[in-house]
Design a protein around this ligand. Structure first.
Ligand SMILES: Cc1ncc(C[n+]2csc(CCOP(=O)(O)OP(=O)(O)O)c2C)c(N)n1
Ligand SMILES: [Mg+2]
Length: 564
């Protein structure tokens, strides 16, 4: 049988090391499916195309390597789009393939018509239709190249008649299709950074996603400058929680100690971070920022100096040049404030805090204590992000992923499936709210079907918990009818899907249920029924916000009494 255009595409994916495609097969994707069937690539069929896009996004976010997902004509493609925002917002290289009807049917309001290149325009950095066999090789090359170069989603529309047609040639320049290498800042920029550092007294070093792989260099810089290392949520997993340099985060996933240090220091050195919450960054302009991405420099807070370079090689050069500082009082003060904060976290996570209610902090801490040293935690969006983000105590060799910049509910399980598929022997734990789990519950079937032993820990508060806080934060009464909902018995559901199910309703059941779930061989759900009225720590709570909560509480009391 002669090669089809679909074979050309699959051949290059094989060549660059793609092992899996996540998708839901159908009509226009059939030629692609046939090419995959004859290749070494594994087709992982999902239950909802959003699950495919999430799985690919999770893989790409974790590894920085191209991951691939596919959906078919019209609705198959529209389902993909939502999940692709995970890769788009967190800047990870994903190739999204959407099948399309035969070209002769385009433009005449035929069944399932969409304009795929328009539909995918916002979420992707590159989108193109494979419109003839002769054009296919270079367009396929361009798409993969764009996903790597600009770190995002590249999308190809695949009309069935074109991908099923006889191939013309191969994809060129395959050797160029790889992640961008690290690069150091220029000598002139290093000198400018050194001058700023040498001229400053107290320094805080804020570490983001771009600091992965640079733990040793960062420790050395922290020692040299007597500067505490703090992290964004994306950087949390870089060092163990108990490394004395690693003080914790700022903002809602962070400590008062780090917020104070950041606001008080003479110089904030932002490394590999585009931390978006300007309100937690100093406004006086004493910031030096180093990042591979020129476009992120200076955009979150007034910045004195922005330097383009990867963190690890640039910090290596800084270590050769900056003068050592001798005064460690600032570092010690942050350390002692941080210890007090950590003691408070420990008390909040104590499973015996209440005799008859599980507090959600205890769930996160129990998972963290029971997990393997190299586990991967995938965290969903909601109040649960705060429980997991603040109470997991990472080992330094674990990884933590979340819907960092997309902040989308219902994304943890799909991403966890993709990550688990990379290595079925590694422990992957999805931590999710009940609202988030309910959204794409069907993806637990994907896990069971493909023998992906993902563990799902559900914070079950029968509500969209964060929305209560959001409403009250602006002085509105929580709209309980819209926020609260009934849940199925998640443990029974897990078993019905072919997985294992566990339930913890009382504090005494929590650690056992989690330990058992983490130990079983296949996918499992732990239904943790938690206190719904738990309020998270607000390290930056101000008087105005307090007023809003007070007003909201009064309004809720009036509604409870009058019904209106
Ligand atoms: C897809 C999506 N829909 C809606 C929102 C708005 N939102 C943010 S948090 C949240 C509540 C999530 O509820 P749940 O998963 O139960 O987590 P909890 O807050 O109760 O821990 C909602 C609806 C969102 N961020 N993403
Ligand atoms: Mg909830």
């Amino acid at each position: 049988m002669s090669q089809m255009v679909a074979d050309t595409l699959v051949a290059v994916l094989e060549q660059i090391g793609v092992k899996q495609i996540f998708g839901l097969i159908g009509d226009s994707l059939n030629p692609l499916g046939d090419a995959v069937r004859r290749s070494r690539i594994e087709w992982i069929g999902v239950r909802h195309e959003e699950g495919a896009a999430l799985a690919a996004s999770g893989q790409a976010k974790l590894t920085g390597r191209l991951a691939v997902c596919a959906g078919t004509t019209g609705p198959g493609s529209t389902h993909l789009v939502a999940g692709l925002y995970e890769a788009a917002r967190d800047h990870a290289p994903v190739l999204a393939l959407s099948g399309d009807m035969a070209t002769r049917l385009r433009g005449i309001d035929y069944l399932q018509t969409t304009e795929p290149d328009l539909l995918f325009r916002d979420v992707s950095i590159y989108t193109e239709t494979v419109s003839t066999p002769a054009q296919a090789p270079s367009v396929i090359h361009q798409a993969i190249s764009a996903a790597y170069a600009r770190r995002g989603v590249a999308h190809l529309t695949l009309p069935i008649d074109v991908i099923g047609a006889k191939a013309v040639g191969h994809v060129p320049s395959v050797g160029t299709l790889r992640p961008r290498p690290e690069f150091a800042a220029s000598a002139a920029d290093i000198a400018a950074v050194v001058q700023k550092i040498d001229a400053s007294g107290t320094i805080v070093i804020m570490c983001g996603n771009g600091c992965h792989g640079a733990a040793d260099e960062l420790r050395a810089l922290s020692d040299r400058l007597k500067a505490p290392l703090i992290h964004s949520f994306k950087g949390k997993d870089i060092m163990p929680f108990d490394d004395p340099h690693w003080m914790g985060g700022i903002g809602m996933i962070g400590t008062k100690a780090d917020y104070n240090a950041t606001m008080r220091c003479d110089l904030l050195l932002m490394l590999g971070t585009d931390y978006p919450f300007s309100e937690f960054l100093p406004q006086k302009g004493a910031i030096v920022q180093i990042d591979e991405r020129a476009g992120v420099l200076g955009r979150r807070a007034p910045t004195a100096l922005g330097v383009v370079g990867s963190v690890r090689p640039t910090v290596k050069l800084l270590l050769d040049a900056v003068a050592a500082k001798s005064d460690s009082k600032f570092f010690e003060r942050v350390t002692s404030e941080r210890r007090k904060w950590d003691d408070m976290l420990d008390k909040q996570a104590d499973p015996n805090r209440s005799p008859d209610r599980i507090h959600p902090q205890a769930v996160a801490r129990a998972v963290s204590d029971a997990a393997k040293r190299d586990a991967i935690f995938v965290i969903d969006t909601g109040l649960n992000t705060l429980w997991s983000g603040n109470w997991i105590r990472q080992s330094g060799s674990q990884r933590i992923l979340a819907s960092f910049n997309n902040c989308a509910v219902g994304t943890a399980l799909g991403q966890a499936n993709g990550i688990q598929a990379l290595d079925r022997s590694r422990q992957v734990v999805a931590l999710t709210g009940d609202g988030g789990f309910n959204m794409l519950m069907g993806e637990f079937l994907t896990a069971a079907h493909h023998k992906l032993p993902v563990k799902v820990v559900v914070y079950n508060n029968s509500s969209l918990g964060l929305i209560v806080l959001e409403a009250e934060g602006v002085g509105l009464p929580a709209y309980r009818k819209a926020i609260e909902f009934p849940n199925p018995d998640f443990a029974t559901l897990a078993r019905a899907c072919g997985g294992h199910g566990f339930t913890a309703k009382q504090p005494g059941e929590l650690r056992g249920a989690i330990a058992e779930a983490l130990a079983v061989g296949g996918p499992a759900i732990v239904d943790c029924v938690v206190a719904a009225d738990e309020i998270p720590n607000l390290p930056h709570f101000d008087v105005e916000q307090a007023g809003h909560y007070a007003i909201a509480k009064i309004r809720e009391a009036v509604i409870a009494a009058t019904g209106r």
